[in-house]
Design a protein around this ligand. Structure first.
Ligand code: ADP
Length: 347
């Protein structure tokens, strides 16, 4: 199948700053690909190269198999939504949404139909005559999404679309975006964010970015459960990274403890670590049955407790547990690590 979006060795330099090293990525029609990474990792730059906001220093951008590297944004036929909504303040909701269609000289009857259709799609039918200032942040963002969808783009680019909203509204908008996605089964979505919660809920695949490079790309659940890179393990799910000794293909040793680990085909001889999610770490009163550790700090987090531990082997470890009966800061404890944690490459 021809990809909806394809980046071929796309590099972007701003003077001496390399915002993106040669990036190869493709997005299938109907697929949601998230670009996930910390601030400054090159996510927005990649998205803007697709949108056409600047010309890449090297490489090509293809949309539906067509090379658009030299086309301006308005001739790429994409829907784009940015963090700050960027609605036209002096235009009513309906005119904001109609803007792209009118720019394409779409007949009035069709403009009216489409505006009604996309406003209903985002649950904003009752707001067509309001001005942006008369809407909440979440409502403005819905209008921005409706505006992007009005031209029925094959590709929707979303750049941190929820980051200006408060936490409760963000949750609601994630549910809304999931619904929207199921109503637009053929639309490819490129979703830029640093929020792993949004990514896990929304993305079919994730491309993890760091320092202007792609770290790793894969299906969401595979990347969460079986990351190959230590950066992915820590950024997507806050894994502890424990240096271990590889015994054989499926076994590692951590002090006296032998554990079965899942290695996603890492070549032998590479420096590796075991990626252990805090909620999978078990902590009990000391009896000598597990790895001995000292409890360094306890924080109550509402749904449970976050514990900072210092293994007597010499590593720090974070755990999340539902209860801390009988444990207090300074206690000697037993730590257990489950089998089948992923073995990751240490960058
Ligand atoms: P992210 O979206 O992951 O936060 P960006 O893609 O915005 O990261 O930025 C990647 C790098 O490129 C950063 O170091 C940033 O400072 C730099 N950069 C981005 N846009 C410009 C620009 N217009 N001029 C100069 N440097 C830029």
């Amino acid at each position: 199948m021809t990809p909806a979006v394809e980046l071929r060795e796309v590099a972007v330099h701003f003077g001496r700053t390399v915002a993106l090293h040669g990036l190869d990525l493709s997005v299938a029609p109907g697929e949601t690909l998230a670009l996930l990474g910390p601030s400054g990792s090159g996510k927005s730059t990649a998205l803007k190269a697709v949108a056409g906001f600047f010309r890449p220093t090297a490489g090509r951008v293809l949309l539906g198999g067509r090379d658009v590297t030299d086309l301006p944004p308005n001739r790429r036929g994409l829907g784009v939504v940015v963090q700050s909504y960027a609605l036209f303040p002096h235009m009513k909701v309906s005119d904001n949404v109609a803007f792209g269609l009118r720019a394409r000289r779409t007949p009035r009857r069709i403009v009216a139909e489409r505006v009604a259709e996309v406003l209903s799609l985002v649950g904003m039918s009752g707001f067509r005559d309001r001005y942006p200032r008369q809407l909440s942040g979440g409502q403005q963002q819905r209008v921005a999404i409706a505006r992007a969808l009005a031209i029925r783009p094959p590709v929707l680019l979303l750049d941190e679309p929820l980051s200006a909203l408060d936490a409760a509204l963000r949750e609601e908008m994630v549910a809304e975006l999931l619904r929207l996605r199921s109503e637009l089964p053929d639309t490819a979505i490129v979703y830029v964010t640093h929020d792993q919660g949004e990514v896990l809920a929304l993305a079919d695949r994730i491309a993890v970015m760091r320092d202007a490079r792609l770290v790793e790309v894969g299906p969401t659940s595979a990347l969460y459960h079986r990351p190959a890179e230590s950066f992915t393990a820590s950024f997507l799910g806050a894994s502890n990274l424990l240096p271990v000794e590889v015994v054989d293909a499926g076994t590692v040793r951590l002090g006296e403890l032998r554990l079965a680990a899942s290695s996603a085909g890492l070549p032998p001889g590479e420096p590796v670590a075991l990626g252990v999610r805090p909620h999978r770490v078990g902590v009990r009163e000391y009896s000598g049955a597990g790895l001995a550790a000292r409890l360094v700090a306890v924080q109550w987090r509402g749904t449970g407790f976050r514990l900072d531990l210092e293994l007597e082997l010499g590593h720090r470890l974070r755990a999340e547990v539902p209860a801390v009966d009988g444990l207090s800061v300074g206690s000697r404890v037993d730590v257990s690590i489950p089998d089948a944690c992923p073995l990751v490459r240490v960058a």
